[in-house]
Design a protein. Structure first.
Length: 248
């Protein structure tokens, strides 16, 4: 039960995911949360940088995955739901939505990003679920709009520690669900899906695909309906919503 995992707070670290990987590679690690007040080499998805000064939450849940290898794909969605539920609990009315696979956004502004990594040490599979939540402020100068819990709440009372406490509780429930199946997570994820049934642009490596975000497959893949009537299954990429320009 992930709620009972110990929490290790670090003042400064390169990246909580890197620290988790170092710990996972050491023999006999046990499940834990690593939190940092500041990261100096915070990493985002698809090789991006995650700007990580003091004031926001940088954390990684490190645990062993004893279930089927193929079921690991449930975890990014379980984590995204847990974050959305945390954000909603701490900022009531903020209506967090999920941009495939696991960006958490409120009114189009990103409040959290998730980077899931996995590996194997001496035959034991582990997962490092790295979560960044903008708590005290929204970083500036990004290529997309951002918001924070402080902005969403309209006060500066909330701290990274309080946020991690709420996240641990939400994550414990969603992880337990992910260990037994994907149907409930998929259903809950789709309820919060941003852009479902709408035109999206998906960057996959060097190419860009445009189509309608038709559904999420039973394994979490994004199903894109292309203009030529075919369907594309996307397992990794960057989704951008194509806002339709309304005629004058
Ligand atoms: C993204 O949206 O691109 C994912 C961002 C993930 C950031 C978190 S912060 C804690 C953990 N440590 C990292 O270096 N990255 C993740």
């Amino acid at each position: 039960m992930s709620l009972t995992w110990p929490v290790y707070w670090l003042d400064e670290i390169d990246s909580t995911n890197e620290e988790a990987k170092r710990r996972a590679k050491a023999d006999g690690f046990s499940a834990q949360w690593i939190g940092a007040h500041k990261q100096v080499s915070g990493r985002g998805r698809l090789g991006r940088v995650w700007v990580s000064p003091k004031g926001n939450l940088y954390t990684t849940a490190l645990f062993q995955w004893t279930h089927e290898l193929r079921d690991m794909t449930r975890i990014p969605f379980a984590a995204a739901l847990a974050v959305a539920e945390t954000v909603e609990g701490l900022a009531p009315g903020s209506c967090p939505l999920l941009k495939w696979p696991n960006d958490v956004r409120c009114a189009g502004a990103k409040v959290s990003g998730i980077l899931v990594e996995a590996g194997e040490t001496n035959g034991a599979r582990w997962m490092a679920v790295g979560i960044g939540i903008n708590v005290g402020f929204a970083p500036e100068g990004l290529d997309q709009a951002a918001t924070s819990l402080a902005d969403l709440r309209g006060d500066a009372v909330i701290t990274p520690q309080m946020t991690l406490d709420a996240l641990r509780a939400a994550f414990a429930l969603r992880l337990a669900e992910a260990e037994t199946g994907f149907a409930d997570i998929r259903k809950a994820w789709l309820k919060r899906a941003e852009g479902l049934g709408q035109p999206v642009r998906v960057k996959v490596g060097g190419t860009v695909e445009e189509g309608i975000f038709a559904d999420m497959a039973a394994d979490g893949a994004l199903l894109l309906h292309l203009r030529d009537g075919t369907q594309k299954t996307i397992r990794a990429g960057d989704v951008e919503l194509v806002r339709e320009v309304s005629p004058e």
